[in-house]
Design a protein around this ligand. Sequence first.
Ligand SMILES: [Zn+2]
Length: 414
Amino acid sequence: MCDNGIVLVHSSVTARCKLSPAGYERMFRIRRSLNRLYNDSLEERKRAYQERKQKLSFYDQCKVLTKLRQSNEHGLGSIAVGPARGMLKRLDQAFKSFFRRVKVGQKPGYPRFRALARCVTIDVTSIRPSVLRDCGTYYAIRIKGFPRIQCYPSQTLPDSRQLQSLRLTLRGRHWHASMVYQLEQAATEPATAATGIDVGVRKRMTLSNGKTYKPHKRNWKRMRKAQRAVARCQKRSQTRRKRVARLARYRRREFVSQRNALHRATTEIVRSYGLIAVERLKVVNLTRSAKGTEEAPGTNVNAKAGLNREILSQNWSLLFSQLEYKAEWAGREYVEVDPKHTSQDCHRCGARNHPKRSETYRCAACGLTMDRDQNAAINILAAGVLAAGASTWAVTSCVAPEPYAGTSIRKFGI
Ligand SMILES: [Zn+2]
């Protein structure tokens, strides 16, 4: 963050693109040659290691690319170098992730050769401001060797000198462009209030002051209908392809509307609170199947499967990542606390109860009766304030939720 009240933020814009029929054809050929480059480079890395025990780096492969471009291999010489380098970067990233996972003792799969159908993203590296030009009703994307691409964003784009990266993605039949800008923004007003957030399935979020956010309601019925329609089709038929595309469209629509709702909620939270405490949840562990083994079959398998589906549909990881980066931009404190017992302990007296499935939390020791999720959110807030350290957030400065003023802050589980 800069001192003069200006912060640098990354802002991304995605927009639908339009091309001429010949343009689509040209993009298909570009995609094919870039995919070949990817597969050939993967082969090269593999062989260099097997035959000469040599580890090729991104830069080694860029040198090879220069030669390929000189001899116009796969038509790479006729398109700009940026997209080709972007492909090599992608391969490099695949190898890096592979070795990183090997190092920590996981069992990752070795980077695979890619079918053309899976090659849908073109990263344009080393971009110049001239790549994007304002043409009044649309923006023109101009890359050497590429067809004319008209881009229709829903907002006026910032100055293209601030453009950091450009990515073209083929979604179904359409190309989309996503641009990342580095912008200067006025720093967010400082906030002194703190909040704890409890995430759930019936309510997406409950804040420690009792404010709730509605969960994302998926249109399961429509989705299932579309899935069954796909299942009924003959493999490789034209109808199947159309129905798969329809299902993908529904999925995409659902995701976008959910992501937008999350953006609205997280921006609001980050604007109003200086300290944001959340649970450190491991979604993978939470959504483990209840099936068990053949010898020891689990119980309530269907119910757990349903719950897992609901949990996964809430996209908590996206929620937490949005909160985290927005908190960083705004200079807010973001704390993850251990979720252990947060929904069982009474925030007022500290007694441990077992609320079971009831929405209401009742404390057997002190008689507290309140919303279960809010009780958990207050516990998370208390743990968050402690974790953030008294120097930044003195325990007394923690604003107790309105109707429950006088909340004592206890230490637990961190
Ligand atoms: Zn109590």
